[in-house]
Design a protein around this ligand. Structure first.
Ligand code: ATP
Length: 447
């Protein structure tokens, strides 16, 4: 066990401090479904914004898309999901537990959690049977088989079916990509580990269309770019690793696949957070066949037509949010104090609150000055005003939610118009002129 298991502590911190709540908690909760609270929604949104900026805004060769969750049911026949999006399911007749037959080593026997399902004397596992993970529902007023639709289990198919719409409307030339962020749904047999595996989650996917023959080169390019993105997010290099899919793990149409894995600590250890796949021309060819519409690209320069190959990058917004939280959580001793502190060392660009503003006392014009500073900064950053409790307690509260800077207005401030800025990680305090505060913070928050 390399990294400590911080999951239980994180779940409790996330609830207490408004990051993540269990869904419908007042009714006893919905199984493995979570709601993002005020600080959680900011954290996840900023992670999505970083992805969107890196993939769409900063590149000429990738276009954005927001396709609908409900799609024509033929989509899922063509993609292979109706026939093949299955996990092997086993039941235990003794405890009524349900497990994924291929992930028994990750599961705990409900009767004896120190063992895997099947290892306890009383376990009675059934034969594995195939279970389709797609949520089915009905479109329109009639519940008949003709009206069956699915909640999409991945966002990618919305991109494939819009390949020509985007290419032609935006006059893109291969190689180019299409990116989108959106909800996906999978009726997972064994969801769990907080927001790691849930039945409703958000994906950030990009399909990059390339000329056959150039695909492996592009695959390597995207593999490297995506790993760098996780490093830039502040995930620790020693917690990130590639996992190459072996021949038995590879989907039959895939030419190569690597997962970016992150060390979540404890028994979970290294787990996939993103997949980078060379999907060949499988998806576009399938949709051509099932829709009877050509999905070819015409290369005007070389006067040739072909179905492009696809390099896919697919990452879970919730899973990366969890990775960022696990990566950031630390407990430390504080010199000269009995009580230590809990810190979320989040990358400043994704911290839900960028700066907290404190008047040292509630008198002598300090709250008024602090309020003026809050009003001035608010247009540029998410800031928090706090005047309750000792200054030490206020620092602790901000450390625990990952606020990179605390600005204190003290007796000197009202006279010489300076404030102290405390750095979350180094604990160093600097005195800054109020007029320079916005620029100072902006400089520290970029990247
Ligand atoms: P797993 O093997 O863990 O079920 P997968 O290989 O099926 O995952 P992909 O289909 O490649 O996953 O999905 C791409 C990304 O979407 C994953 O890397 C993960 O970040 C995210 N993801 C997939 N399933 C879930 C889920 N149930 N809950 C949260 N995120 C998910």
């Amino acid at each position: 066990m390399s990294q400590p298991d911080v999951m239980d502590k994180l779940v409790s911190l996330c609830k207490r401090r408004g990051f993540i709540f269990q869904s419908s908690e007042i009714y006893g909760g919905a199984g493995s479904v979570w709601d993002y609270g005020p600080l959680g929604v900011e954290l996840k949104r900023q992670i999505k914004d970083r992805w969107w900026n890196a993939m769409v805004r900063s590149r000429d060769d990738i276009e954005g898309l927001d396709a609908a969750i409900l799609m024509h049911p033929r989509t899922w026949e063509a993609s292979g999901h109706v026939a093949g999006f299955v996990d092997p399911l086993v039941d235990c007749k003794a405890c009524k537990g349900r497990f994924r037959a291929d992930k028994l080593e990750d599961a705990r026997c409900p009767q004896k959690p120190s063992k895997q399902p099947g290892q306890h004397d009383t376990c009675q596992l059934t034969e594995a049977r195939q279970f389709n993970l797609m949520f089915k529902t009905h479109m329109g007023a009639l519940e008949e088989s003709a009206s069956v639709v699915y909640l999409r289990p991945e966002t990618a198919q919305g991109i494939f079916v819009n390949f020509l719409n985007v290419q032609q409307s935006m006059r893109q030339k291969v190689p180019f990509g299409i990116a989108q962020i959106g909800k996906a749904f999978r009726n997972e047999i064994t969801p769990g580990n907080f927001i790691f595996r849930t039945r409703e989650f958000e994906q950030m996917e990009m399909q990059f269309f390339v000329e056959p023959g150039t695909d492996m080169e592009w695959f390597e390019t995207w593999k490297a770019l995506r790993m760098q993105w996780h490093l830039d997010l502040g995930l620790s290099p020693d917690r990130l690793r590639f996992h190459q899919h072996s021949a038995t793990e590879l989907a039959h149409y895939a030419r190569a696949a690597f997962d970016v894995t992150f060390d979540f600590g404890g028994t979970l250890g290294f787990q996939e957070i993103e997949g980078v796949h060379n999907r060949s021309d499988f998806d576009l060819t399938q949709h051509q066949q099932y829709s009877s519409k050509k999905l070819e690209y015409f290369d005007q320069v070389n006067n040739k037509r072909y179905v492009p190959y696809v390099i896919e990058t697919s990452v879970g917004a919730d899973r990366v949010t969890l990775a960022a939280l696990v990566n950031a959580y630390r407990e430390e001793a504080v010199a000269g104090e009995d009580e230590g502190r809990v810190v979320l060392g989040l990358h400043p660009s994704i911290a839900p609150i960028k700066a907290a503003i404190f008047p040292l006392t509630k008198k002598d014009g300090q709250p008024e000055m602090a309020r003026r500073i809050v009003d001035d900064l608010r247009g540029s950053f998410a800031v928090d005003y706090d005047e309750t409790g000792s200054i030490g307690k206020r620092y602790r509260r901000q450390d625990e939610v990952g606020t990179p800077f605390c600005v204190t207005i003290d007796g000197q401030s009202t006279g010489d118009q300076t404030v102290t800025v405390r750095d979350r990680d180094t604990l160093a305090q600097e005195r800054i002129a109020v007029g320079q505060l916005k620029g100072y913070l902006a400089g520290k928050l970029v990247g």
